[in-house]
Write a protein that binds this ligand. Structure first.
Ligand SMILES: [Zn+2]
Length: 313
């Protein structure tokens, strides 16, 4: 495995909630919540954890039957892929360039990503299940907007070429996001990760036939619009994620997140929709499998967690 980066250098920290999360800190949760239903974390960065196998073990103990390690630059995408292969069934990876990394040139940019995908898919077809996270982030604007659009368009094309699910990160950039998607041959499967819009943005995502992934933001008191969208979203388009180590749900907000907490996201989604969490869990599992084109293969929900310290084959 390549050397792990800490994510503390400028421009490296990932998704939505950048400041204040120390990836190296121990988990805030001594014992993850008990499994009451199987759940799926469709978007996390577990490959950046100090010990991804213990992250996976804790997640399994909390009922997580599948998770997707999402790449944010070429090196981290390679780490995500290697982690998925090392941890085995139930864990998959994506390869992508986050909008924060959009100005990286050559081998560290879209060209390098293309080569990584070519190499990975030659070895096996199932470890890399998506392209992304990619998109536009006009909140932080850590890369010039023109570069963000170029890198995003290149990854839309890669997702179509390799028939992988496109994983989109968009923040304060809805119009341009849909504009780029209109200009490219869109891949068959698209996920809007960590959905932060309201009912109007939801409608635009659904018009594309996309899945909409809800995170711990759903539990934030200020996220009324997101909850409104979660209520309005057709069941077949719903996904859940942690985006860990970011965006820990209430009551762990501001601390280090982990995939073991995705059940809290699923429970709050069920509560918002006034649905039975166990029934919704089955739907979310089916949706996740379809959203990744059948390449994400969940563990049997009844399987025991692995013995401590065991190295998956
Ligand atoms: Zn992310």
């Amino acid at each position: 495995m390549t050397e792990r980066r800490t994510g503390t250098e400028p421009g490296k920290a990932g998704c939505v909630e950048r400041p204040g999360v120390d990836r190296r800190a121990a988990s805030p949760v001594a014992t993850p919540p008990e499994a009451t239903f199987p759940c799926v974390d469709t978007h996390c960065h577990a490959h950046e954890d100090p010990d991804p196998s213990s992250t996976w073990e804790r997640a399994r103990g909390a009922g997580v039957v599948a998770l997707v390690c999402v790449g944010t630059d070429v090196d981290r995408s390679r780490d995500a892929l290697e982690t998925a292969r090392a941890l085995g069934p139930g864990v998959a990876a994506t390869a992508g360039l986050h909008p924060h990394e959009a100005s990286r040139p050559g081998a560290a940019g879209a060209d390098g990503l293309e080569r990584l995908l070519e190499e990975a898919l030659e070895v096996d077809d199932s470890s890399v299940v998506g392209v992304g996270e990619c998109g536009l982030d006009y909140h932080y604007d850590l890369s010039p907007r023109a570069a963000q659009r170029t890198a995003f368009a290149a990854q839309v094309a890669l997702a179509a070429r390799f028939d992988r699910t496109l994983v989109i990160h968009t923040r304060e950039a809805w119009d341009d996001t849909f504009d780029v998607l209109r200009g490219e041959r869109a891949p068959e499967r698209v996920i809007f990760h960590c959905f932060t819009g309201g009912p109007e943005e939801l409608r635009r995502c659904l018009d594309l036939g996309a899945w909409v992934s809800f995170s711990g933001i759903l539990t934030f008191p200020s996220a009324g619009e997101v909850r409104e969208a979660a209520r309005a979203c057709p069941e077949a388009a719903l996904l859940t994620e942690t985006d860990s180590p970011y965006l820990a749900p209430v009551p762990y907000r501001g601390r280090r997140n982990e995939p073991a907490l995705v059940g809290l996201v699923a429970s709050s989604l069920a509560a918002v929709r006034e649905e039975d969490p166990g029934v919704l869990a089955g739907v979310l599992l089916d949706n996740a499998v379809r959203a990744f084109g059948g390449r994400l293969v969940p563990l049997e929900a009844t399987g025991p967690p692995p013995a401590s310290g065991s190295a998956p084959a």
